[in-house]
Design a protein around this ligand. Structure first.
Ligand SMILES: Cc1cc2nc3c(=O)[nH]c(=O)nc-3n(C[C@H](O)[C@H](O)[C@H](O)COP(=O)(O)OP(=O)(O)OC[C@H]3O[C@@H](n4cnc5c(N)ncnc54)[C@H](O)[C@@H]3O)c2cc1C
Length: 391
């Protein structure tokens, strides 16, 4: 049994706390503010859960295992945080026209893994999704597995559960700096901690590369606008009529969710390269964001043009340059673990991320960890995440 301090109470930190507590370790979590923190990337209406990862089946497998755990968590927390709507890849064009490699290779890879996806064209497409009749899409691939997680609610559930399990939380106490010098691991918190620990897990989301200078050249923090729309007839956009969808994602960047009664809106957002910012910068939505949304609706979703914009939010990706998570021990400090680099697609895999981190702390072999280990990245490194709209 180890005494472990987790710094950062977003989904990466809390899922680590969950896995470590389940395995009998004694965990303390410290956060810069309250949990859920209003500026955390995990604090959001919803996050998409998709198995579709192009050719990259490692993430499909991790997501599949995570879905099973999300379902268990629904029972453990007695809360339907994971909602299985299925996942719909919408296309403007055809699956094999060479312009939809993400969709085509996702379908091919998932079929090889034994998942049954439904390729819908012409009348079958219109019959299945009448709401999309006059949209800019003419084909789709539907996977009954997948959906979304009510993100903020999931963080709240974990926090409540962990407190009940005896995990100590120290709130409103930011880590101000960290010394990385060999043999000199020193944490400087706003209020110094009196205890010392066997292991430290740094899961500070977008602050991670600012707190660990040797990571600053491997990660970039990018900002992304999120919109909530209230359609004239919300029931037409319920999950039965429109599951979680990607809207020809590599070509447009857009993806979205069904109408949510509890949030009184339908969320849509763009999965693109975004703009690099500092986490302390102002996070307002600007006219360019709004006109990009209007342009998308005009071209692809005219039925939503008269929907009311009722919610906007700007959220930060902790983008590693290669698009893969960062879960490993610091090379100079074997008892400091980094659990970060969500790269705009990490929430769905949170239940598995906690397990990966716990295996690392316990020195257990886990082949998935190879992908997320400490590595050298530089300005020539390109993101390997296939769903990303590269603009
Ligand atoms: C717009 C947007 C859309 C996304 N959509 C999806 C999606 O559809 N599906 C998906 O799977 N993923 C998605 N993601 C990615 C996902 O949200 C992230 O990978 C995930 O939330 C990262 O969690 P985290 O715990 O690493 O970071 P965060 O949630 O940011 O948590 C970090 C925590 O650390 C704390 N902290 C920060 N600095 C300090 C400090 N100095 N001292 C102490 N505590 C500190 C913060 O207060 C916070 O609580 C999206 C992200 C964004 C921004």
């Amino acid at each position: 049994m180890k005494n472990i301090l987790i710094i950062g109470g977003g989904i990466f930190g809390l899922s680590s706390a969950y896995a470590l507590t389940e395995r009998g370790h004694k965990v303390v979590v410290v956060d810069q503010g309250t949990i859920p923190h209003p500026l955390a990337s995990s604090t959001d209406i919803s996050k998409a859960v998709r198995l579709e990862y192009g050719q990259d089946v490692l993430y499909s497998k991790l997501t599949y295992k995570s879905i099973s755990k999300w379902k268990t968590w629904n029972e453990v927390f007695d809360k339907n945080n994971y909602v299985e709507t299925g996942y719909l890849m919408l296309l403007n064009g055809t699956l094999n026209d060479g312009l939809h490699t993400f969709e085509a290779s996702s379908k091919k890879s998932l079929s090889h893994l034994g998942f049954e996806l439904n390729h819908l064209v012409d009348e079958a497409f219109e019959e299945a999704f009448p709401i999309l009749k006059d949209s800019g899409f003419n084909e789709a691939v539907f996977n009954p597995l997948g959906g979304y997680v009510k993100a903020q609610s999931a963080v709240q559930s974990l926090y409540t559960h962990l407190k009940f399990r005896g995990v100590e939380f120290i709130l409103n106490n930011p880590l101000l700096s960290l010394s990385e010098k060999e043999g000199d691991l020193a944490f400087h918190f706003k209020k110094e901690l009196t205890k010392s620990f066997d292991a430290y897990v740094l899961a500070c989301g977008s602050m991670t590369p600012h707190l660990v200078p040797s990571l600053s050249s491997c990660m970039r923090i990018t900002s992304h606008a999120i919109f909530g729309l209230l359609p004239k007839d919300p029931s037409a956009y319920s999950a039965a009529n429109l599951p979680v969808f990607s809207a020809d994602i590599t070509n447009t960047g857009w993806y979205g969710f069904p109408f949510s009664k509890s949030n009184d809106c339908l969320k849509i957002a763009m999965h693109s390269n975004g703009k690099e910012i500092h986490p302390d910068d102002e996070r307002k939505i600007n006219p360019t964001d709004i006109s990009a949304l209007e342009q998308f609706l005009q071209n692809y979703f005219p039925s939503l043009l008269d929907a009311r914009l009722v919610y906007t939010h700007r959220c930060l990706y902790t983008d590693t340059l290669d698009g893969h998570f960062w879960i490993d021990a610091h090379p100079k400090h074997p008892n400091l673990y980094i659990c970060s680099g969500g790269s705009g697609h990490g929430f769905k895999m949170a239940p598995m991320i906690g397990d990966l981190l716990a295996d690392l702390v316990e020195d257990k072999t886990n082949n998935y960890l190879d992908r997320f280990k400490w590595r050298q990245l530089n300005y020539l490194t390109e993101s390997e995440e296939e769903a990303r709209h590269k603009i």
